[in-house]
Design a protein around this ligand. Structure first.
Ligand code: HAM
Length: 416
């Protein structure tokens, strides 16, 4: 049996890497005062049809459930967030600063950095129109990358303002129902052939290509960069009007994070979406919002490409996997005593392992080493004393059975 294309098996090393990424995501989001929430993995397909844009709707994993409902596995979190915050609008003081870590599904074409399931950290601020919210989120996004040892030489946040393009289209009397399509063409610029782009842009092609090559000005973007400069983070950002984002609901500032070397797909993306909550609640609740999501796939690839970041991850995951104590059962008649002791040690929080079946002592010490145990405790001829071996210095000592816990706790390297 083969796994489905675009889906992953997570072997223990992969899970350790995933946990490392999640732990940093959680820690940095909390540093910024964000609280965690989550939504369901299945939603009515309709939720995404309203305003996520045709690209994501084409990529939905959909089916009809046994109650004849059209449902979709979530491709992103933002529509769920809009639904949930509209429903609970009165219960929370604004602005809401919410984060979530979860799994998402998109039927993508197989390519590097894009799978059919991935994890995202989403961070959103709901109920605040001030540019300070956009700046705060960008700073959070940058700090998330810095937490993995990535610097301004490794990553760049390319920021733009969708209003720049919507003003441009309005000034040229382009009907509003064409805007979403045109923005998608600009979003794909560089990824699609030039001929295809020109064909799709039609009569606007020359003008749009001119703006794309010359860049554009936006006072809001200048203020945003100033805000990041105040925090010493301006080196991480470039203004780039080519960024418009594929999702249809963005209304203002938009940004995407890329590796500086330009080898990989986007690591993160987001922006302001002031109308989505109003739209999904049929006008019942209107709240401005700004947010972004960072994915685990490209971030993982980048961490592995940058030696400094890879070393930090390997160090953290190796130490996380280690056990504290290995119990060597040299005499089978001591097994019951050993198990009583193991239970006590685990109860106070030590990571303890031992052989499930009778095994040669040499083999057991080998296992102790492989598992990274700091101490091996031998139950054998010395009973009622135990032989302790410090696995780093190889020093040995005898400790009475009922003093073991106190003895281990007194060693600072083994405080549980
Ligand atoms: P997005 O740009 O579609 O934005 O996805 C965010 C990130 O998720 C991407 O930059 C990428 O790292 C990762 N990602 C997306 N699709 C895949 C895939 N098929 N395979 C691997 N990684 C992927 C959103 O989803 C918005 N809802 C973000 C947002 C939150 N906007 C406001 N709040």
């Amino acid at each position: 049996m083969q796994k489905l294309p675009g889906f992953r098996d997570f072997l223990p090393d992969d899970c350790a890497a995933r946990n490392y990424i999640f732990a940093h995501w959680r820690e940095v989001a909390r540093r910024y005062g964000f609280v965690e929430w989550d939504g369901p993995i299945l939603e009515p397909t309709e939720l995404y049809k309203k305003k996520s844009g045709s690209e994501i709707v084409d990529q939905l994993f959909t089916f009809t459930d046994k109650g004849e409902r059209e449902v979709a596995m979530r491709p992103e979190l933002t529509p769920t967030l809009a639904r949930v915050t509209a429903a609970h609008e009165r219960e929370f003081k604004k602005p809401l600063k919410w984060f979530s870590i979860g799994r998402f599904f998109r039927f993508e074409k197989q390519q590097r950095g894009r799978l059919r399931e991935h994890f995202q950290l989403n961070c959103d601020i709901i109920g605040e129109t001030a540019l300070a919210a956009d700046i705060e989120l960008l700073a959070l996004c940058i700090d998330l990358l810095r937490a993995f040892g990535l610097t301004e030489n490794d990553v760049v946040v390319r920021i733009s303002n969708r209003e720049f393009w919507t003003d441009f289209l309005r000034e040229r009397n382009v009907p509003a129902d064409r805007w979403d399509n045109l923005l998608q063409v600009i979003d794909k610029f560089g990824r699609e052939s030039r001929e295809k782009t020109i064909e799709k842009l039609g009569e606007l092609a020359d003008l749009v290509l001119k703006v794309l090559s010359e860049g554009g000005k936006s006072e809001k973007l200048d203020r945003l960069v100033d805000g990041l400069r105040d925090r010493g983070l301006a080196e991480f950002v470039d203004i780039d009007v080519q960024i418009v984002r594929g999702l249809a609901y963005y209304t203002g500032i938009v940004f995407e994070v890329f590796d500086r070397a330009g080898n990989l797909r986007a690591i993160a993306g987001g922006g302001r979406y002031d109308n989505l909550i109003g739209l999904l609640s049929n006008g019942a609740i209107s709240m401005p919002a700004v947010g972004f999501a960072v994915g685990d796939v490209v971030l993982g690839e980048l961490i592995n490409e940058i030696p400094r970041a890879r070393a930090a991850m390997q160090k953290a995951t190796a130490s996380d996997r280690k056990i504290d104590i290995y119990i060597v059962i040299a005499k089978e008649e001591r097994r019951a005593d050993a198990l009583r002791q193991i239970q006590q040690l685990r109860d106070v929080g030590y990571r303890v392992d031992y052989p499930l079946a009778s095994e040669k002592v040499g083999k057991q010490f080998q296992t102790a080493e492989q598992l990274g145990a700091r101490v091996a405790v031998l139950f054998g001829d010395e009973w009622p004393e135990l032989k302790l071996k410090d696995m780093t210095t190889a020093q040995q000592e005898l400790v009475p059975y009922d003093h073991l816990l106190a003895h281990l706790q007194a060693q600072s390297s083994l405080s549980s």
